[in-house]
Design a protein around this ligand. Structure first.
Ligand code: FPP
Length: 268
């Protein structure tokens, strides 16, 4: 099954995001061959900063600034969902000053970008554990989710204090509690049951996973959901991952043949 065949079942977007035709023309692929859900591991902020002779936090600041154009382009292309890995459960291991800077940056990002999200009909959704996050960060997260809840275009999922193993552990606990209460029989637990208890319940799995800055690893990101995602790794560091770089990834995706474990019929 090709990417375009899989997505031909996709329902048309209700509201036309501005710039759809222009973005698609510049991209040069058909709407049917676009992924529904793109997930990105935004890596290389530190390396990019070091190459400029600047401190790591300079890279994070530029990285956060870069998020806006990528979100705007994904909304313009009418993708259903974009998931960005902003802070992992393992990122707490970094120095106190870097963690504090990243938390402050997240807070400032959410406060500043709410308006852009509203303009682009973007619905915000956090992914991750709330425990451990500062009250002020949680307030911005909740406010952004509340304010954008009625938007119908792109869903922007921001993974904050996110780890796939923590997510799967939380899902297993919730399922075990249902079994204990007699609401669910162990034999009735199916892969769909697990999907329905993840933070991403009700959302499509990523079709395309992009990682910047050349690392060939998954880093505890969406382990369950990326089972059949197409992988795209670029040398470009996140602060320099432009709309053109996003287009390169989308063009590569459009030419992939997705098999989902099957053998495609000749000519497919
Ligand atoms: C990886 O760079 C970056 C992260 C810690 C996560 C991504 C964070 C941002 C893009 C900035 C904040 C985002 C938002 C949405 C406000 P790294 O420090 O691991 O880079 P390195 O591997 O080159 O050291």
């Amino acid at each position: 099954m090709t990417a375009s065949q899989k997505n031909s079942e996709k329902a048309p977007a209700a509201a036309a995001a501005p710039g759809f035709e222009q973005s698609l023309a510049r991209l040069g692929v058909t709407a049917e061959s676009l992924p529904r859900h793109v997930a990105i591991i935004m890596d290389g902020n530190g390396r990019w900063a070091r190459a400029q002779g600047k401190p790591r936090i300079f890279g994070h600041e530029q990285g956060a600034a870069n998020v806006r154009q990528i979100v705007t382009e994904c909304a313009a292309l009418r993708l259903d969902m974009l998931t960005l890995y902003a802070f992992s459960t393992e990122n707490w291991l970094r120095s106190r000053s870097e963690v504090d800077f990243l938390m402050d940056l997240l807070l400032r990002f959410l406060a500043a970008e709410r308006q852009t999200m509203m303009q682009n009909n973007v619905r915000f959704m956090p992914l991750g554990r709330r425990e451990g996050l500062d009250k002020r960060v949680l307030e911005e997260v909740d406010r952004t989710q509340r304010d954008t809840a009625g938007n119908t275009g792109l869903t922007l999922a921001l993974a904050i204090n996110y780890g796939a193993r923590a997510e799967i552990t939380d899902a297993v606990r919730a399922i075990a509690e249902k079994v204990q209460r007699g609401e669910l029989r162990p034999g009735d637990i199916e892969p769909e049951t697990i999907s329905a208890h993840l933070y991403t319940a009700g959302h499509p799995d990523p079709d395309l996973l992009i990682r910047t800055a050349a690392e060939m690893r998954i880093s505890n990101f969406l382990l369950w959901q990326i089972s059949y995602a197409e992988l795209y790794v670029t040398d470009v560091c996140w602060p320099q991952f432009s709309v053109e770089e996003l287009h390169k990834a989308l063009r590569a995706y459009a030419h992939r043949t997705r098999k989902f474990g099957d053998v495609p019929a000749p000519g497919k």
